[in-house]
Each structure stands twice: as structure tokens, then as C-alpha cells.
Design a protein around this ligand. Structure first.
Ligand SMILES: *Cc1c(COP(=O)(O)O)cnc(C)c1O
Length: 361
């Protein structure tokens, strides 16, 4: 039995009619940009996250750039970012004029910690981008205790919960991506910035619309970066199901544990107090490439997403300088994503585990 790396089709199957009707409604309204659907989604998504504001933007990368600028980040500033993340986390920093400074991560949670951030801070550090990687939670309060504001990159963490609150409501601001494969995905590109800070939200609203709040006076050099009405309407249909999907992802992780996968490879560790909506289920093995090939040969999806960490990518090498990130380098070499979705069954987890056992035997 083949098991795909992810399944974005089955969870949406019951919603097709409702989504098609929502699309038809937007088309009939002839309102495509910054209309009632975006406004309603922003209110619903802010409430979902447990914060005051959500600002819809074109994608999760723009969300980081715009949020950092709304936080006052600009030329001459340093922004601490992890290197073990999707490239866009760091790529979003230079367009603000600031410099990304790379930090290491925890070997078990894969997220930044107060210690790894503190080791990378400089006198010019203006903000930290804490990535809630794979749906796990970075310790935002511990990092803000260092005296620096945190922007949460929650692109992979919609549906994650913690005792302290949800991603997007823990730092100065949070950013989300609604790329189709994310935990909450639209039918194209989309993103959002969340914050409890009224002034920051207003600045983000201006920046996404050419630096203007009235389309008459242009106060900043901004962006054309909006979530559109069709995507907002599609997201509104899905939002009520995100928590169920997250529960399905947590159940899938338990299925792997129950199947004994932890005896064969290292499993990801949830951050203390966090219930992760595992976006990807990423294990570690010294034989990760051999494992990926063997699983592929058995029809089981497996992929190393970040084999070359961001600070070693061609575009970032000069910016990163001679930074030493031993945990990042080790994770880059040993990590492997195996099948994860809201609908992964115990049988599928047992199948994957048996295949891992066979490959590593
Ligand atoms: C997907 C992702 C982004 C970028 O989002 P886009 O919508 O693709 O621009 C940023 N950070 C992380 C951690 C991501 O996974």
C-alpha cells in the first residue's frame, strides 16, 4: 500500500460544493480586491488566533517583509532568523533594508530557543523571526524576555495550540502563509499578518496598499500585496475545520509513536506546553538519504526539505558570513519528512513504520 507524503485532497472533499458556491458568489459580486470576503476573513482569522487584528496579504513571504517594516525594521538593523527553515523566512529580511543574522535551533524541537537567539544577537538587533517550524512552537515569551520583539513565522503552524495561546498571538506580530499545501491553504497564493497592536496593524494595512490608507496620499514606499476576495472566500469555508485537521495531525503522530517508529529513528519533540498541528512529520536518522530512497522504492513518500540550510544557500552565503551553526548542519544532514496529513490512519502509520524497519534492517 502506497502512502503519500501529504494528502491535501481528502480533507477538502466534503467542502467542494461549499467552496464552489463561495467562488461563484465572489464572481457574481464582481468585487475581487479588498471587499467583504477579505474583511470577514480577517475578523474570523484574528478571532481564531486569539488576537485583535489580521491583515490579509498576497503570500507568507510578503507577510514577513511587511510585518517587519510595520515593526519599524529598516536599513542598519539586524534581524535574527533561524537557518533551519524554509528559505523565505530569511529572504524576506533584505527587502526591508535590514540584515538577516542566522541562529541555531534546538536539536529536538527544531525551533529557535532563547539561548540560540541570544548567541546571535548584536547591538543592532531590532527583531527576531521565530519560526514555528513544522507546526511545533518556538518559545516566544522566553525570546522576548531577552528584550527584543518577536515576529512569529507561523506559516506552518495554523491549528497549533499552547497553554500561552495560539501562534500569531504570542509575539509582537505573526505571519501566515495560505499556500495550498499549508495547514490552512487556499486555491493559489495568500498570507496574513496578525497582531494585537493597533498601530502595527494600521501600518501593515497601509504597506500592503502602496503605503496609502486612502488611495490619495502615499505616505510610504509600500507594496501591492493583498489577499484577494476569491482566496478569502475559500479560506472562510475551511477555517472552521482547521482545529479538526490539527487533531488529525496529532493523532497521526500518535499512530507513529504507537507503531514503534521511535525505536528506529528519532521523533520530533513537541515544545513544552504545545499541541503541535504537525505540518510535516520530520524524523532524524544518520541514514536519512538511504532511508528516503528505500521508502520511495516502497511507494512511501519521504523528502528532505532543507538538506542545504539557508545560511549555506548561494544567495545567503555572503550575508551569513562565517557563522557556525552545528545543530542546523546536523539536522540538515539527518532530517527526513515522512507521510503526514489530517487523515493519516493507524494502518498507514504501521505501514510506514514497517517500511522504515525494513530499509534500516
Ligand atoms: C511557506 C513558508 C513561508 C512562505 O510562504 P509563501 O506563502 O510561500 O510566500 C515562509 N516561512 C515558512 C516557514 C514557510 O513554510
Amino acid at each position: 500500500m502506497a502512502v503519500p507524503l501529504f494528502d491535501t485532497t481528502t480533507p477538502l472533499a466534503s467542502l467542494h460544493a461549499e467552496i464552489d458556491a463561495a467562488i461563484a458568489g465572489v464572481v457574481a459580486s464582481r468585487k475581487f480586491i479588498l471587499g467583504p470576503q477579505v474583511g470577514a476573513f480577517e475578523a474570523e482569522f484574528a478571532a481564531f488566533c486569539g488576537t485583535r487584528h489580521a491583515v490579509g496579504v498576497a503570500n507568507g513571504t510578503d507577510a514577513i517583509t511587511i510585518a517587519l517594516r510595520a515593526m519599524g525594521v529598516g536599513p542598519g538593523d539586524d534581524v535574527v532568523v533561524p537557518s533551519f527553515t524554509f528559505y523565505a523566512t530569511a529572504e524576506a529580511v533584505p527587502p526591508t533594508g535590514a540584515r538577516p543574522v542566522f541562529c541555531d535551533v534546538d536539536p529536538d524541537t527544531y525551533c529557535v530557543t532563547a539561548e540560540t537567539v541570544a548567541a546571535a544577537m548584536t547591538p543592532a538587533t531590532k527583531a527576531v523571526v521565530a519560526v514555528h517550524l513544522f507546526g511545533n512552537l518556538a518559545p516566544v515569551a522566553d525570546i522576548e524576555a531577552l528584550g527584543v520583539p518577536v515576529l512569529e513565522d507561523a506559516a506552518q503552524a495554523a491549528g497549533t495550540r499552547s497553554a500561552a495561546g495560539r501562534p500569531g498571538a504570542l509575539g509582537r506580530a505573526g505571519t501566515f502563509s495560505f499556500f495550498p499545501s499549508k495547514n490552512l491553504g487556499c486555491y493559489g497564493d495568500g498570507g496574513a499578518i496578525t497582531t494585537g497592536d493597533d498601530a502595527l496593524a494600521e501600518a501593515a494595512r497601509m504597506l500592503r496598499f502602496h503605503g496609502s490608507h486612502d488611495k490619495v496620499t502615499y505616505e510610504h514606499v509600500g507594496y501591492n500585496s493583498r489577499l484577494d476576495e476569491l482566496q478569502a472566500a475559500i479560506l472562510r469555508v475551511q477555517l472552521p475545520l482547521v482545529d479538526d485537521w490539527a487533531a488529525g495531525r496529532r493523532a497521526a503522530a500518535r499512530h507513529y509513536e504507537d507503531a514503534g517508529l521511535g525505536e528506529l529513528v528519532s521523533l520530533p519533540a513537541a515544545t513544552a506546553g504545545c499541541e503541535p498541528a504537525w505540518h510535516l512529520y520530520v524524523v532524524r536518522s544518520d541514514r536519512a538519504d538511504e532511508l528516503a530512497a528505500g521508502l520511495g522504492a516502497r511507494g512511501i513518500g519521504a523528502k528532505a526539505y532543507y538538506r542545504v540550510p539557508v545560511h549555506r544557500q548561494p544567495a545567503m552565503r555572503a550575508i551569513a558570513g562565517a557563522v557556525s551553526l552545528p545543530v542546523t548542519d546536523d539536522l540538515a544532514a539527518t532530517h527526513l519528512a515522512i507521510p503526514m496529513s489530517p487523515v493519516l490512519t493507524a494502518e498507514q502509520a504501521a505501514e510506514v513504520t514497517a517500511a522504515v524497519r525494513a530499509v534500516l534492517a
